[in-house]
Ligand binder design. Structure first.
Ligand code: FES
Length: 224
């Protein structure tokens, strides 16, 4: 399943205006491989979605949701339209969505970089933290935080931060490696997150959400 954004906020725009060009790609199911449909989005829709959302969600790598892809490969890739993708998502049963998992090969993310994937219709940030970032976040005085959480409580392996890329203020998609604390910056209303995804400045009330995930083997992350 190739989901572009939260259907509750974006689908009306896309149903009405998005033009999608089929690129003749081969279906991939339950593999976690990247699939990038060629998409043309009118300027009005770009403005509505915001530059970050446009860049991250329409051109960023896609993490295939195994349960959903397995159930609707023919329908989704037969015509390759965003609208069909969204319809496919909406028609998937809740239990299938609940079971959907995302496999990510970690050696594709260089140290110091934050990659964006799509998981259950949301952007997913996977950050390969440097030693200096790890040390810096571990030293933060938790008592000074709006949403107090130790860095160690937010990561299973200090090298990897895994968070949902949705600002906890009003749901925009933050920009990686930006803002006053070097983690993520949400330009919508100026929320600054650190490299642990914790809110440090601006109107957002909570830290970026940490989804369920595990490292079943070396170099492999499974979210969901
Ligand atoms: S939505 Fe991110 S700061 Fe308002």
């Amino acid at each position: 399943m190739n989901v572009i954004a939260k259907s509750t906020t974006v689908s009306p725009f896309l149903r009405a205006t998005a033009t999608v060009v089929s690129n003749g790609g081969i279906p991939v199911a339950a593999t976690g491989k990247v699939h990038k449909p060629k998409v043309t989005v009118p300027s009005t829709v770009k403005r509505a979605l915001g530059q970050t959302l446009y860049q991250d969600l329409l051109t960023g790598p896609t993490c295939i949701s195994s349960g959903v892809a397995g159930s609707s490969v023919a329908g989704v890739y037969g015509a390759k339209t965003i609208v069909q993708d969204l319809v496919g998502l909406l028609s998937a049963s809740a239990d299938v969505l609940a079971m959907s998992k995302c496999e990510i090969k970690l050696d594709s993310i260089p140290e110091g970089k934050s990659a964006v994937f799509k998981w259950r219709g949301k952007p997913l940030f996977v950050r390969h933290r440097s030693d200096s970032e790890i040390a810096h976040e571990a030293k933060v005085d938790v008592a000074s935080l709006r949403d107090p959480e130790e860095d160690s409580a937010r990561v299973k392996d200090p090298k990897w931060l895994v968070v949902i890329g949705v600002c906890t203020h009003l749901g925009c998609v933050p920009i990686a490696n930006a803002g006053d604390f070097g983690g993520y910056y949400c330009p919508c209303h100026g929320s600054h997150y650190d490299a642990s995804g914790r809110i440090r400045k601006g109107p957002a009330p909570l830290n970026l959400e940490v989804p369920p995930y595990e490292f079943p083997e070396d170099n492999m992350l499974v979210v969901g």
